[in-house]
Ligand binder design. Structure first.
Ligand code: FES
Length: 133
């Protein structure tokens, strides 16, 4: 419970700011993965995807994760593992605690939280491996 704090003539209610700590698997299949922690301002009602978008905008524009519809639960692109469970990041609530994020375990890793989710027949060929000579 927050305490009133005397501010000279005024009494001001101070609420401690809360943070969510997102511990994110970073890296690639070839280069290996490490965990990197980011503290994100917490507001009730935010999604984990909101937290990831905040990190990308304010801390690391190179963080790789996938999304499209943002909480319409239509694109299914934000699927990842949060605390070991496969969930949609746009539906998972951000919580003011440490949360561990990782890419899907059963799909080839592209980078960070992005895994290859397209069916093999629909994937683009890797650069230099398109069959042309
Ligand atoms: S962003 Fe589309 S389902 Fe999550």
């Amino acid at each position: 419970m927050s305490q009133p704090v005397s501010n000279h003539a005024n009494s001001v209610e101070v609420t401690p700011s809360l943070t969510a700590r997102l511990v994110i698997a970073r890296g690639t299949e070839a280069g290996g993965q490490t965990a990197e922690a980011f503290d994100v301002p917490f507001e009730a009602g935010q999604s984990v995807l909101d937290g990831l978008r905040w990190i990308r905008a304010n801390r690391d524009p190179g963080l790789a994760f996938r999304f499209s519809c943002i909480s319409a639960n239509a694109c299914k692109e934000c699927m990842m593992r949060i605390d070991g469970k496969v969930v949609y990041a746009c539906l998972a609530r951000l919580e003011p605690r440490e949360m561990h994020l990782a890419p899907l375990a059963n799909k080839p890793l592209v980078r960070d939280l992005v895994s290859e989710i397209a069916p093999p027949a629909e994937r683009l060929p890797a650069p230099g491996n398109d069959g042309s000579a």
